[in-house]
Design a protein around this ligand. Structure first.
Ligand SMILES: Nc1ncnc2c1ncn2[C@@H]1O[C@H](COP(=O)(O)OP(=O)(O)O)[C@@H](O)[C@H]1O
Ligand SMILES: O=C(O)[C@@H](O)C(=O)COP(=O)(O)O
Length: 428
C-alpha cells in the first residue's frame, strides 16, 4: 500500500516524538530504525518515520543516509517528506540540518526553485516557539536556555535564520508571524516572492498550534519540509482534513512482563532533575563518566553486577549523566566527541547486558544514547503506544523476539517524575 507522509528523523528519540504526534493526530504510523529491509511489510500505514542517528555525524554521511531514507519513503508512495530535526535545532556550523536540507532540495532538480523549503522547529506543546526567527525554549531565548550547555551541540545563537545560513547554501529568509497569522494564502504569497528572489529556505515563525496548522497545509503542497513535531502536527492535521485515515489508535498488544530498567545518558537540566527524583522510588547507580571513557569494561561489569540481583524486585536506573561543569571537565580531558562516543557505547553495552539479564521493558534518556542502545539491541521497528509525556510514547518492538517495550526520551522532555511515569506506563 501507499503511504501518504514520509519522515526522516535525525535521531531515534526525535523519531518516536514525531511518530507519537502523528499517531495522536490520527495517522497510522510506524517508526523504523534506519532504512528498512526490502522485506518489511507495511499494511494499513499512513506515515512512516525512518529513524536515523545522523544528527552528530559527519555531514556527508548524514546526507547519504537521509537520501537513502528519502528514496525508500518515495518508493512507498510518500508524496511529502518531512526532515524531522530537533525542536531546539540541535546542530553545529558543520551541520547537519543545512547540509541535509540542501541535498534533499538539490535532488528535486528544477522543481526546487518553486519551493523555498519551510523550516520550523516550533513545538508549542513542549514550549518551543519561534518569533522573528528566534527560537524560544519555554520563553527563554535558545542561547540562554540549558541548550547552551549541550554536550554535543551547544546552541549559542537563537536566530535560526543566522544558524541555518551558516550551514546551508540555499539562501535563508523569514516567514514572519504577521504573515503566518493571515493564513495559508499569505504564506503561499510570501513563499512565492521568496522563490522569485531565489531564496531556497524559509524559517517560519510559529507560536500556537494554529500557526503550525497553516504551515502544515502549505508545506504539504511542496515535496519537502524541515521541522520538529509541531510541523508534523500541522502536516498530519492537513492530511486528516483531506480524508487520510482519521481514526488511529495507539498500538496495544499483549502485555510484556520481564524486568524494568532505565539508562540515562542525557545531561540536560530536565534529565538531571528526573534522575534525582527517581532516587526516591528506585535504586539509582551513578556511573563514573571518566571510568566509562578510560576503563569501560570494568565499569560495565560492575554496573551489571550491581543491577542483576535487584532486577527481580524493582526497576533500576543507571546514569552516566553529569552537570555542565562535570561534562566540560571531562571534555577538556578527553575531547567532546571522544567522551560522548565512549559513554554512548558504554550505555549501549549496558543495555545489552541488562536485556541478557532479563530486562524486557527499557527506558533510555537521551537521543544519542537511545540511538546507541537501540542499535546495539538490533531492534528494527516500533509500533507506537500510548503517550507517557509530551513527545514520549511507549514503543513496542515489531517482529522481535522477545517482545519488548521501550521509552526513548529526548533529554529535554518529560516532567520531574518522568521515570516513575514511564515505569507505570509499562505495567502489564
Ligand atoms: N557525564 C558525562 N560527561 C560527558 N558527556 C556525557 C556524560 N554523560 C553522557 N554524556 C554524553 O552526552 C551526550 C548526550 O546526548 P544525548 O544522549 O543525545 O542527550 P540529549 O537527548 O539530552 O541530547 C551523549 O553523547 C552522552 O554519551
Ligand atoms: O524535537 C525534539 O525536541 C525531540 O524530538 C528531539 O529530537 C530531541 O532530541 P534529543 O534531546 O537529543 O533526544
Amino acid at each position: 500500500m501507499s503511504i501518504r507522509l514520509g519522515a526522516i528523523a535525525d535521531d531515534y528519540t526525535g523519531a518516536s516524538d514525531l511518530a507519537n504526534t502523528l499517531t495522536k493526530a490520527g495517522l497510522r504510523t510506524v517508526q523504523t530504525i534506519g532504512v528498512p529491509a526490502p522485506d518489511l511489510v507495511l499494511s494499513d500505514v499512513d506515515a512512516v518515520v525512518v529513524a536515523l542517528k545522523s544528527r552528530s555525524i559527519p555531514a556527508a554521511d548524514a546526507v547519504a543516509q537521509s537520501q537513502a531514507a528519502r528514496d525508500w519513503l518515495k518508493r512507498q508512495g510518500a508524496r511529502h517528506i518531512l526532515f524531522k530535526i530537533c525542536s531546539t535545532f540541535d546542530s553545529t556550523d558543520a551541520g547537519n540540518i543545512g547540509q541535509v536540507l540542501d541535498a534533499l532540495r538539490g535532488d528535486l532538480g528544477p522543481e526546487a526553485g518553486q519551493w523555498p523549503v519551510l523550516v520550523t522547529p516550533a513545538f508549542p506543546e513542549t514550549g518551543r516557539t519561534v518569533y522573528f526567527g528566534n527560537l524560544f525554549v519555554n520563553g527563554v531565548p535558545l542561547n540562554e536556555s540549558p541548550l547552551k550547555d549541550h554536550p554535543l551541540n551547544p546552541m549559542t545563537d537563537s536566530s535560526l535564520v543566522r544558524v541555518l545560513a551558516r550551514q546551508s547554501q540555499a539562501g535563508v529568509a523569514l516567514v514572519d508571524l504577521a504573515t503566518v497569522v493571515q493564513g495559508a494564502e499569505a504564506v503561499r504569497a510570501r513563499l512565492g516572492a521568496l522563490a522569485q528572489a531565489g531564496t531556497g529556505a524559509a524559517i517560519a515563525d510559529a507560536v500556537f498550534e494554529r500557526d503550525l496548522e497553516t504551515l502544515g497545509l502549505v508545506a504539504l503542497e511542496a515535496p519537502l519540509s524541515v521541522g520538529a513535531s509541531g510541523l508534523g502536527l500541522g502536516l498530519a492535521r492537513a492530511l486528516v482534513a483531506q480524508g487520510v485515515s482519521g481514526g488511529s489508535d495507539a498500538a496495544t498488544g499483549a502485555p510484556v512482563a520481564g524486568a524494568v530498567a532505565a539508562i540515562a545518558g542525557s545531561c540536560s537540566a530536565a534529565t538531571l532533575e528526573q534522575i534525582a527524583r527517581a532516587e526516591a522510588i528506585m535504586p539509582v547507580l551513578r556511573l563514573d563518566p571518566e571510568q566509562l571513557v578510560t576503563a569501560p569494561d570494568a565499569a560495565i561489569v560492575a554496573a551489571l553486577d550491581w543491577a542483576r540481583p535487584k532486577l527481580e524486585g524493582t526497576p533500576v536506573l543507571i546514569a552516566a549523566s553529569g552537570t555542565p561543569d562535570q561534562v566540560a571537565a571531562l571534555q577538556a580531558r578527553y575531547g567532546r566527541e571522544a567522551s560522548g562516543h565512549a559513554i554512548e557505547q558504554a550505555s549501549a553495552r549496558l543495555a545489552e547486558g541488562l536485556v541478557e539479564a532479563g530486562v524486557r521493558r527499557l527506558i533510555v534518556a537521551g537521543g544519542e544514547t537511545s540511538g546507541a542502545c537501540v542499535d546495539r539491541l538490533g531492534l528494527a521497528a516500533f509500533a507506537i503506544g500510548r503517550e507517557i509525556a509530551a513527545g514520549v510514547p511507549l514503543l513496542r518492538t515489531v517482529d522481535h523476539a522477545p517482545a519488548m517495550l521501550l521509552a526513548l526520551k529526548s533529554g529535554n522532555f518529560g516532567g520531574p517524575d518522568f521515570f516513575a511515569a514511564a515505569v507505570a506506563a509499562m505495567q502489564p
